[in-house]
Design a protein around this ligand. Sequence first.
Ligand SMILES: Cc1ncc(COP(=O)(O)O)c(C=O)c1O
Length: 352
Amino acid sequence: MTDRIVDLRSDTITKPVVAMRMAMASAEVGDDVYGEDPTVLALEDRIADLLGHESGLFTPSGSMANQLGVRLHVGPGQEVIADELANVLRAEMGAAAVFSGISSRSWRAPRGLLDPADPLRLMQPDAGPYQVSTKAIVVENTHNFGGGTVQPLEAIRTLRAATQPLGIAMHLDGARLWNAHVATGIELAQYGQQFDTVSVCLSKGLGAPVGSVLVGSREHIAEARVWRKRYGGGMRQAGILAAGGLWALDHHIERLADDHGRARTFSEAVASRFPGVIDPAHVETNIVIADVGQAGWAAADFVSVAEKRGLRIYAVNAHAVRLVWHLDVDDADTSYASDLVTAMFAETAQGS
Ligand SMILES: Cc1ncc(COP(=O)(O)O)c(C=O)c1O
């Protein structure tokens, strides 16, 4: 056992910094269900603007923002399609089916990388009375379970050009769109404008404690506001939370490059000894997927031994683990993690 704990399970685990807490404590607030919280309104306007959309809606979580987006485009008995690793299908607890009667299908996407040919092959825009009609496609950027993969803007544009004339909506799960923006230098609005609706999270790399924003047209967001209330997501003096988001937009976007650099440093250090486990060329942002099966480990065993030695990570399947860099991890933590992981791989290499 060790006293040191480096926690790379997720970028959601960060705690708000003191200056963010001060901004939250002094936020001007009002009843947001009455549309009277000036800080929430400021956050919604600012993010809508950044993403090139008319309106925004503050939600308690990324899951709610995604589910509202999907709900706007797809009705009961119709379908949404997304890649098989997409958060919206894999980690939102079947919400589209449970709350909205929506059916879903998916395509295979190594590393979550979008190839427009896949959804174009899968979709059925108007399937008549015989099969389920596709009404929306969800794209995730960056891709979480894919390993922080950045979606190429050109691929998104190709998909948009093919689906828009058919009336198939596109929703962007942009929980980590900030990371894509920092990694590529592409403006947030250039991504945002390719979609009917976009969700972004403030509680991941940006380090705010709570909150996401859904953006879209004025009509879409007015409708989403009704559904948010229906889902129990109408919050009152939510400006206290929104203030954390506004503070994060001012202070925590550009620094994501540090997280990306550390994830790369880690992956290069490990790959220099064990190249089959991590490919540094696939580490584009703050997430690393390590195929520990290649080094003779079951993912669950690897997670549990690493935890005993002071490193917390997450098993994404039976043979791979995810490591996520964030605000509360520094260079020393990164070296600690790469030394520990390399030593664990070396033990199985010696044992085999
Ligand atoms: C890509 C992606 N989208 C959406 C979500 C959902 O966000 P929340 O946990 O706030 O519901 C997550 C959460 O990790 C995510 O990684």
